[in-house]
Design a protein. Structure first.
Length: 538
C-alpha cells in the first residue's frame, strides 16, 4: 500500500518550462451534491483510497496490454478544461494540464460521444494533449467514462491509451478497456457514496450537538444564538435571520451577516416576498435552494442580489400553524444540499418549539415581576431592582433617587364609586408612568394605591421634575363614572442616595416621611425629605 501511495505522490514531474500543472488528487469532484462546507472526517482517506484504486487499475491495464501510457483525464479545474487525474506511463515527460476541452483528441471524442481510435497515428491526426507531439505514438485509443447523464451531468472523464505499435486495437482489447472504464466509474460512484454518507452522518451529529445547545438555551435571544450556531455547523451560510409571524406582519427577531443591522427588528407585511409565501403555504422555498437575486426575500427593497443560494424554512408548530421563518443565504451557488435542507427543517421544527417555550418562560417571568392589574412592575420586581440599583450606585458613587407616590383619598373613591372604578383609576395612573420615566428607571406598584419610582443617575432637579410632571399628569386625568368626572390627585415624597441614606430601609423611611408630610400639608404636592428636621442618614 505504501508503494502505491509513493507512486501517487511522486509521479513524474511536469517538464521544465511547461505551463501545465498537475491535477491535485483532492480536486477530484467527489462532491456529487453541494454542501462541501460540512466537514467530512474521512475525506482524505476516501480521496487517497480512490486515487490508489484508479492508479492500480491503470497500472494493470498498461502492463497487461504492453502500452506506453494509460492516462485518465478529468474535467477541471475549469468547466472547459481537462487535466490528468491519474496515469501510468513509461514516458517521463507527460504533461498534466489543464488542456482546453475540444482541442485535439478531446474534441474528436466529444464528437463521437464514446470512443476514438487512431491506428496508426499520423502527422495529420488530432493532437494527444499530454504529449508535446504525436511523433512517438503508433496507435491511440480514448474512451469516455460512461457516467449517467441524469445523475452526473457535469462529469466528463476520458480514459486514454497509447502504444508504439501501429497495429489496430482488437475486439478483446477494446472490451477490456471498456470494462476498465466501467470499473473506474463504479470506483468513483462508491467513493462518492461513502463521501456523502460520511458527510451526512457527520452533519446529523453536528446538528444533534447544535440541538442540544438549543434545548439548553433559556429565553428567545439565547435560543436564536444557539440556532445560528447549529446552522453554521451544518451549512456554510453568509446570512442568517429569524422572522417571527405576527397577526398581519412578520418581524425580524434575529439576524447576522452582511447588512444584518439594517434588518434588525424590521417589520414587513405578512403577504410580501418569499418569506410571506413560506408563512402562507408553510413550505420551504426556493425548491432547490437556488437563488438568482431577483425575487424579493422580505420586500422589494431587500433583494439579496449578491446571494446565489437561499433557503427559507417555515418554523412549524404543527401542520396548521407557523411561528415564523428561518432564512439562510450564501453567496456560493449550490451551497445547500438536499441533506442540508432536511436537517435545517428538523432544526426549524425544534426552533418553533423553543420559541413557544421561550414565550411561555417569558410569560411566567412576566407574571412573577409584573403587576397584573396595572401592567407595571410589582413589589417583588421593585425590591430586586432597588437592591441592584443601590449596589451600582454604591460601587460607582452615582446618584439614586426614590420617589414614593400615593393616590389621594383612594379609599373614598372606592367607597363612593365602587372597586371596579377604583381599579380603573389605578390603571389610568399607572399608564402615566411610561411618559415620565426613562428606560433605565423603574416604576412599580408597591401595594394598594401606592407606587414607587427609582431614578438612576438623576440629580435633585431631575428627580423633582419627574415627580412634578407625574403629579400634573394625574391631576389632568379625565376619569369619569357614569359621565361624571372624578378628580384624581397624588402626593409624592422624594429621598436621595447617598444624601438621605445609604440603605434601602433608610431611603424608604425618608421618602415615606416626605410623602406623609405632603399629605398632611394638603395633598396633591411633591415634597423632598428635609434633612434638617429628620434623623441623620443611616
Amino acid at each position: 500500500m505504501k508503494n502505491w501511495l509513493a507512486k501517487i505522490s511522486h509521479s513524474p514531474a511536469t517538464p521544465a518550462g511547461s505551463r501545465q500543472r498537475p491535477y491535485p488528487a483532492d480536486e477530484l469532484p467527489l462532491d456529487c451534491e453541494p454542501g462541501a462546507g460540512i466537514e467530512v472526517p474521512l475525506r482524505q482517506e476516501i480521496i487517497i483510497g480512490l486515487a490508489e484504486s484508479c492508479q492500480l487499475q491503470l497500472e494493470m491495464l498498461r502492463h497487461a496490454m504492453q502500452l506506453t501510457s494509460v492516462v485518465l483525464l478529468w474535467r477541471g479545474p475549469g468547466p472547459q478544461q481537462l487535466s490528468v487525474y491519474r496515469f501510468s506511463s513509461a514516458e517521463e515527460s507527460l504533461l498534466r494540464g489543464p488542456f482546453e476541452l475540444g482541442v485535439g483528441v478531446t474534441g474528436a471524442i466529444l464528437k463521437t460521444h464514446h470512443e476514438l481510435i487512431l491506428a496508426p497515428v499520423r502527422a495529420s491526426s488530432p493532437a494527444i494533449p499530454y504529449y508535446c507531439s504525436n511523433q512517438t505514438v503508433g496507435s491511440f485509443l480514448a474512451v469516455r467514462l460512461p457516467f449517467d447523464k441524469e445523475t452526473a451531468p457535469q462529469d466528463l472523464a476520458l480514459l486514454c491509451l497509447d502504444r508504439k505499435a501501429t497495429d489496430g486495437w482488437s475486439e478483446g482489447e477494446r472490451q477490456l478497456i471498456s470494462l476498465t472504464a466501467e470499473k473506474l466509474v463504479r470506483e468513483v460512484q462508491q467513493a462518492r457514496a461513502l463521501f456523502s454518507s460520511d458527510r451526512e452522518r457527520h452533519a446529523y451529529r453536528r446538528a444533534f450537538d447544535g440541538l442540544q445547545q438549543l434545548n439548553a438555551a433559556l429565553g428567545l435571544r439565547s435560543a436564536f444564538e444557539a440556532t445560528a450556531r447549529a446552522i453554521r455547523s451544518i451549512v456554510p451560510p453568509d446570512f442568517i435571520a429569524i422572522s417571527l409571524a405576527e397577526e398581519s406582519q412578520h418581524r425580524i427577531a434575529y439576524s447576522e451577516g452582511e447588512n444584518a443591522e439594517k434588518l434588525a427588528d424590521q417589520v414587513f407585511p405578512r403577504e410580501q416576498g418569499l418569506v410571506g409565501q413560506v408563512l402562507k403555504y408553510s413550505r420551504t422555498l426556493p425548491d432547490k435552494a437556488d437563488y438568482n437575486g431577483t425575487s424579493p426575500v422580505f420586500s422589494a427593497a431587500h433583494l439579496f442580489a449578491e446571494y446565489r443560494s437561499l433557503m427559507i424554512v417555515p418554523l412549524r408548530r404543527d401542520e396548521a400553524s407557523t411561528a415564523g421563518a428561518l432564512i439562510v443565504a450564501a453567496r456560493q451557488q449550490g451551497a445547500f444540499s438536499r441533506t442540508c435542507r432536511d436537517i435545517l427543517e428538523l432544526v426549524a421544527t425544534q426552533v418553533a418549539i423553543k420559541i413557544d417555550l421561550a414565550h411561555s418562560h417569558e410569560q411566567i417571568n412576566r407574571m412573577a415581576t409584573i403587576d397584573s392589574l396595572t401592567g407595571i412592575a410589582n413589589r417583588r420586581a421593585y425590591q430586586c431592582g432597588f437592591e441592584a440599583m443601590l449596589d451600582r450606585a454604591s460601587r460607582r458613587a452615582g446618584g439614586l433617587h426614590l420617589v414614593l407616590c400615593d393616590i389621594d383619598h383612594f379609599k373614598r373613591i372606592n367607597d363612593t364609586y365602587g372597586h371596579p372604578f377604583g381599579d380603573e383609576v389605578l390603571r389610568q395612573v399607572a399608564k402615566l408612568f411610561e411618559s415620565v420615566v426613562r428606560a433605565v428607571d423603574l416604576a412599580a406598584r408597591t401595594g394598594g394605591e401606592e407606587f414607587a419610582i427609582l431614578l438612576e443617575d438623576a440629580d435633585e432637579q431631575g428627580a423633582w421634575k419627574v415627580a412634578e410632571r407625574l403629579r400634573t399628569l394625574v391631576e389632568e386625568l379625565d376619569v369619569r363614572c357614569q359621565g361624571e368626572r372624578v378628580p384624581v390627585t397624588i402626593s409624592l415624597g422624594i429621598a436621595a442616595f447617598p444624601e438621605h441614606g445609604r440603605s434601602m430601609e433608610k431611603l424608604v423611611s425618608c421618602a415615606d416621611q416626605a410623602l406623609y408630610q405632603a399629605k398632611r400639608s394638603g395633598r396633591n404636592r411633591t415634597l423632598r425629605w428635609d434633612e434638617q428636621s429628620a434623623p441623620g442618614p443611616g
